[in-house]
Every structure is written in structure tokens, then in C-alpha cells.
Design a protein around this ligand. Structure first.
Ligand code: SF4
Ligand code: SF4
Length: 421
């Protein structure tokens, strides 16, 4: 075991290999408040990558209804339970969210899956995990739209309590893909060294020619994002649509494009990027990269279960209406601040939120041109002002991809068209 620094948990932790980081890292922000569970992302991935025999149960991208749904079923409850058993009562955070990039959310004092690995699993195991049963992989969309209701009972509607900050009857959609983690548990557990992380973009891949189907990656990944294919006897996982990220898609014109699941998102809740990395594994200062801004400046997007220890590169803007304790367990101690900022966005955040899904190209930089004041109101006792600013997105080559405004322009179709109404 080596000692590595994990900035998401604010401390050093054990990991089977010495730390090594890519030059740039594939990362994404999902805004849960906007997901409508249309499953367009899920189907875009399925029809692109996993349409063959033996891949029927493979959903590299999935959208589950929390808290009851999950693919495989109960994946997060099960790993949280194992961690609690390995270190009873200690899965806690200390300190406060801060401006320090090596410790932005405080310090996680409990055990990660790499530190609890020999407490419940055999001595030879490198990661604490479990192998889901076939039944748990059966139903990718189980418990869709089932809310937690009165007294915490499933589907028992509470007729009161639909006001923020917490609804009494609640659920939310959690869209998930592989997090292309900085400390991938799948890679750490593979006895064949068949899993690797690309130095150019941090995408985590399985070398199919090296894999022998031991399923150690399936057991180890706390997010359960590697999947075993029975007819080929090797494991497969999300490849982050790497030909698109490399700019090799026929539509891309040589410029990096976002993945298929991002591009298909009807709810406009997904944004993907490539963030610059420092040699110590923290994100290099890149103030006007929209992902850098949302994660490190506005701090409105938070990692999914940072306490697992893999340093996932998927970040979520938490849903506003869900009980905070549940969200804090899922996204860590930054939840209150993130929801506060999202609920009362300042001028810059409002502009950056307009960048979601206006294009399939990866945005590397944005610029804001100030516009006139267009709205003023008092919202839950707070003064809110809106300006019709223009936000401009630039690609890797420095060229403008698009520009858009805070107020969506209205186009009046001339009546001469046959389908005018
Ligand atoms: S989410 Fe799982 S499969 Fe993906 S890189 Fe992390 S540990 Fe590996
Ligand atoms: S396409 Fe977007 S809105 Fe639809 S389910 Fe997927 S993430 Fe949610």
C-alpha cells in the first residue's frame, strides 16, 4: 500500500499503487434538479456500445430513482453498510468546507474502501467490496418514481409538506456513469493489471485482451460500474466515448466532443469537460473553465460518495427538496452551501448554467458580456436580480463554439410557413 493524497476527503489515504495523475482529466457535472428521467442518456449509451449478445444486462449509463432504486439494486446502501461494519460509528467528517483546494469539504475521518479492505474481506483483497447477485442486476429501473412518504414509508404520500427546504414526500433521479476515478477501485483490484488510466485524459479502460474475467473489478468498484459479460468471459465498462473525446467522431471536425449520454440529454442537466491537472492530483487553476468554476469557485457541484475514497470525477448539483442528512451522506459536507448558491445564483453562476447542452463540443473556456437588468424580485425573503448577460463558450482551439443569453430569445415564425399556427 502507498500513501496518496485524496483532496475530496481532505487527507492522505492508503492505495495499492503510488499516486500518478493524467495531464487532463475527463470530468462531468450533472444538475440533479433538472433530470426528468427520460432515459435518453441511458438509451444513447446502450444503442452505441452495448447492443450485442451477452450485453443485455449492461447499462453503463443508467438513471435510478433515489432512495429506493439502484443498478445493481441497493449498490450504495450495501457498500455503506460494509463500511459501517468495518468501522462502526466512525464514518464521519470533521472540519468545515474551506477555500483550500487540498481540503475543500473538510476531512473524512472514517475508513475508505482501500483502508477497510482487510477488515471484512480476505487478507488478499485490496479493496472492500462485494459481488452483486444476478437478481440485483435484473432490473435497471426498479422503483422508478417511488417516493419516500409519510413516516419514511415507501409510496405513503404525506399530504402536507411540499415547501422548500425539504419536502416530506420526496424522490430524485440519480443519473450515473463510470466516474473515471482518480484512484480507481476497479484498477486497484485487478490481479491481471488489465485496467489502466490514460495519461492524456484520465479515462479508465479495461484491456479486453488481458482480462480473464475474475470479476475482481466488479467486486471492488463501489459504484458497480464494471460489468461481467458471460459469453465472452471478460468484464466491460464505460469507455467515456473516447473516440469522441479525442475528436475522432465524423461530426467533430477534429475537436473534442462530449459523450453520447451527455449529448442526448433532454433535461439539459449534463456537462462534460477535460480539466487540467496539477502533478499533485489537484485541479490546476483554470478560472474560466465551466467545470473548474462550478466545482472549485462556486462550489455548487459535489462528488458522489467522496468517502468511498476513489476520488470520483463525476460531480452533482444536489436536488433542493431532499432531506439534507440524506444528501450529506451522498455528497459530503458541502451540501448546504451548494444548495444555497444554486437557489440564489449570482450573476456568474446564472450565466454558466446557461452553457449546459447548447452544443455537443467540449467547452474549455467561457466569457461573460454584461447585459441590462431584466428582472428583480424577492424570493423566500431574498432579493434576486437578473441581468440579460451573454455567455460565450470557446473550444480547445480557442474558437467560439456558441454564445447564448440569460433570457432565452423568442423567435416569431412568419405566418407564410405552411405549419404556422
Ligand atoms: S466508477 Fe468504478 S469502474 Fe469507474 S473508474 Fe471508478 S472504480 Fe473504476
Ligand atoms: S437524458 Fe438527461 S434528463 Fe433524461 S434521464 Fe438522462 S440525465 Fe436525465
Amino acid at each position: 500500500m502507498s500513501k496518496v493524497h485524496n483532496w475530496q476527503i481532505g487527507r492522505e489515504m492508503n492505495f495499492p499503487y503510488p499516486q500518478a495523475f493524467p495531464r487532463r482529466q475527463f470530468a462531468f457535472v450533472f444538475n440533479i434538479n433538472r433530470c426528468i428521467a427520460c432515459q435518453s442518456c441511458t438509451m444513447a449509451c446502450k444503442s452505441t456500445w452495448t447492443f450485442s449478445k451477452g450485453q443485455e444486462h449492461m447499462w453503463w449509463a443508467n438513471v435510478e430513482t433515489k432512495p429506493y432504486g439502484g443498478y445493481p439494486q441497493f449498490w450504495d446502501a450495501k457498500i455503506l453498510d460494509l463500511l459501517e461494519k468495518a468501522s462502526p460509528g466512525n464514518q464521519q467528517w470533521s472540519g468545515k468546507p474551506s477555500g483550500d483546494k487540498k481540503n475543500p469539504y473538510g476531512r473524512f475521518d472514517g475508513k475508505t474502501i482501500f483502508e477497510a479492505q482487510n477488515m471484512l474481506t480476505p487478507d488478499s483483497a485490496r479493496v472492500l467490496g462485494y459481488l452483486p447477485t444476478d437478481e440485483e442486476w435484473n432490473s435497471p429501473n426498479i422503483f422508478e418514481d417511488n417516493p419516500v412518504g409519510k413516516k419514511g414509508v415507501r409510496n405513503e404520500l404525506d399530504k402536507e409538506g411540499t415547501a422548500l427546504p425539504e419536502h416530506k414526500t420526496w424522490f430524485f433521479y440519480l443519473a450515473r456513469i463510470c466516474n473515471h476515478c482518480s484512484y480507481p477501485a476497479c484498477l486497484a483490484a485487478c490481479p491481471r493489471k488489465a485496467i489502466y488510466k490514460r495519461p492524456e485524459d484520465g479515462i479508465v479502460l479495461i484491456d479486453q485482451s488481458q482480462c480473464r474475467g475474475y470479476r475482481k473489478c466488479v467486486e471492488a468498484c463501489p459504484y458497480k460500474k464494471t460489468m461481467y459479460r458471460g459469453n465472452t468471459r471478460v468484464s466491460e465498462k464505460c469507455v467515456a466515448c473516447y473516440p469522441r473525446v479525442e475528436g475522432k467522431d465524423p461530426e467533430s471536425d477534429g475537436q473534442p466532443m462530449e459523450t453520447r449520454c451527455m449529448a442526448a440529454c433532454i433535461g439539459k442537466m449534463r456537462m462534460q469537460g477535460l480539466v487540467k491537472m496539477n502533478t499533485d492530483g489537484t485541479w490546476a487553476e483554470d478560472r474560466y473553465n465551466p467545470l473548474y468554476y462550478m466545482v472549485h469557485v462556486a462550489k455548487v457541484a459535489l462528488p458522489l460518495y467522496p468517502q468511498f475514497g476513489t476520488e470520483p470525477n463525476g460531480y452533482y448539483i444536489p436536488p433542493r427538496w431532499v432531506p439534507r442528512d440524506y444528501l450529506k451522506q451522498m455528497f459530503g459536507p458541502g451540501v448546504d452551501d451548494a444548495i444555497e448558491r444554486y437557489s440564489y445564483p449570482d450573476r456568474e453562476l446564472l450565466a454558466v448554467l446557461q452553457l449546459f447542452r447548447r452544443s455537443n463540443r467540449i467547452i474549455f473556456r467561457y466569457e461573460i458580456k454584461e447585459g441590462p437588468k431584466v428582472y428583480e424580485a424577492t424570493l423566500r425573503g431574498r432579493k434576486v436580480t437578473m441581468y440579460n448577460d451573454t455567455v460565450i463558450a470557446y473550444g480547445e482551439n480557442g474558437k467560439e463554439i456558441f454564445r447564448t443569453q440569460i433570457e432565452e430569445p423568442v423567435h416569431v415564425r412568419p405566418a407564410k410557413h405552411a405549419n404556422s399556427i
